[in-house]
Design a protein around this ligand. Structure first.
Ligand SMILES: Cc1ncc(COP(=O)(O)O)c(C=O)c1O
Length: 368
């Protein structure tokens, strides 16, 4: 049994000297919004994702909202979204007056289940869009989802807020959809040291609409043809994002290495179900989530041994009161069961082998 460690943090956010220098330069430039840092960050991010456009925004939530708005989602449209996701995959649907239809997730990868999607789309007479969420850092089955979308005239907004530079069959997250959305919230695989987001697309019209919507609905000629609010990204934050983007691939490799060690060790414990990686995917392990019996007891035991854990998420998206008030109660079977069994283990690019082994030793001890 490994020796007790002082604390194994859940995550760790890295800011190096070149990031601090970039922020100082941005501050000294005197340009704080609508400037060159955001433009360069957009170009670099689009290139990294393999898309024609990227639009910098003030959060991942705004990216989901403006993504849906830019493809024309509005009153009474049905938008299909997994029940197992963060609330902000679903809340923009309601904000636009549309109707979220909650779809179950696959029992192995936890991404949206294409069979359940097809069944629910077949029952809808207002089907408009689907939001596959690349949950925990692994892409959904985009080829099956794209086929269902094509056959039923749906647009696709892929929520890649947890999957920066993840890949499926060599294509980057966000690129196999009408719109891809990203969050730079501090705990994500890359951050802007604050709130921020990005929308990517190959479609000129979607990009133009999103740019207008983020800036009070103002087109490039200065006319407000749309109703929009302020969803802009700031210059100093974009400067941080540009520095972080340089490291994401290397950081994702660090996460994958830790995931491999976790899987090697935890797969041998009968009570623990480790996450499955679809073989077409390069998972970037934003979170390392296992299923266990007696989740709360395990968390308490790990906390007593100085190991931080989390739950993502304890309530499925369709059960939040803000949702049920609007669309009533629904049942999404597997997503509901999953919420009671999941626990997220410490995961970040700099987690050491010693720390991962220590966490595994303590989980093993708990179930012995
Ligand atoms: C899957 C998912 N969608 C949307 C969001 C919203 O992003 P933000 O917190 O930047 O608004 C998040 C981030 O927490 C997320 O994990």
């Amino acid at each position: 049994m490994s020796e007790q460690l002082e604390r194994v943090p859940f995550t760790d956010i890295h800011m190096d000297d070149s990031t601090k220098d970039a922020v100082t330069d941005a501050l000294e430039s005197g340009r704080y919004v609508k400037g060159p840092q955001v433009e360069r960050f957009e170009d670099e991010f689009a290139e990294a994702c393999g898309t024609k456009h990227a639009v910098g925004l003030n959060s991942g939530t705004s990216a989901n909202l403006l993504g849906l708005k830019s493809i024309g989602v509005g009153d009474d449209d049905d938008v299909f979204v997994p029940a197992h996701t963060y609330f902000a995959s679903a809340s923009p649907i309601l904000s636009l007056g549309a109707n979220p239809v909650f779809v179950d997730v696959r029992s192995d990868t936890y991404t949206i289940d294409p069979d359940d999607l097809a069944a629910k789309v077949a029952k809808s007479d207002a089907a408009k869009a689907v939001i596959p969420v690349h949950i925990y850092g692994q892409m959904a089955e985009m080829e099956r989802i794209s086929k269902i979308a094509e056959e039923n005239g749906l647009r696709v907004v892929s929520d890649a807020c947890q999957a920066h530079l993840a890949e499926r069959d060599g294509k980057k997250a966000g690129s196999i959809a009408d719109v891809g959305t990203f969050s730079f919230y501090p705990s994500k695989n890359m951050t802007v040291a604050g709130d921020g987001g990005m929308l990517v697309t190959d479609d000129d019209e979607i990009a133009q609409r999103a740019r207008a919507f983020r800036n009070h609905g103002r087109d490039e000629d200065g006319v407000h043809r749309h109703l929009g609010l302020n969803h802009r990204l700031s210059e100093t934050l974009a400067a941080v994002g540009r520095e972080q983007l340089k490291h994401v691939d290397e950081w994702n490799d660090g996460r994958r290495r830790a995931a491999e060690t976790y899987a090697d060790r935890l797969d041998d414990i009968d009570e623990v179900i480790v996450p499955a990686e679809d073989e077409a995917n390069e998972h970037v392990y934003h979170l390392y989530v296992v299923q266990v019996p007696d989740r709360d007891g395990l968390r308490e035991f790990l906390d007593d041994h100085s190991i931080d854990t989390g739950i993502h998420y304890s309530t499925p998206a369709h059960e939040h009161p803000a949702v049920t008030e609007r669309v009533g109660e629904t049942t999404v079977e597997f997503a509901e069961e999953l919420c009671d069994r999941i626990v997220s283990l410490p995961m970040h690019p700099r987690i050491t082998d010693e720390e991962v082994e220590y966490v595994c030793d303590r989980i093993e001890a708990y179930y012995e």
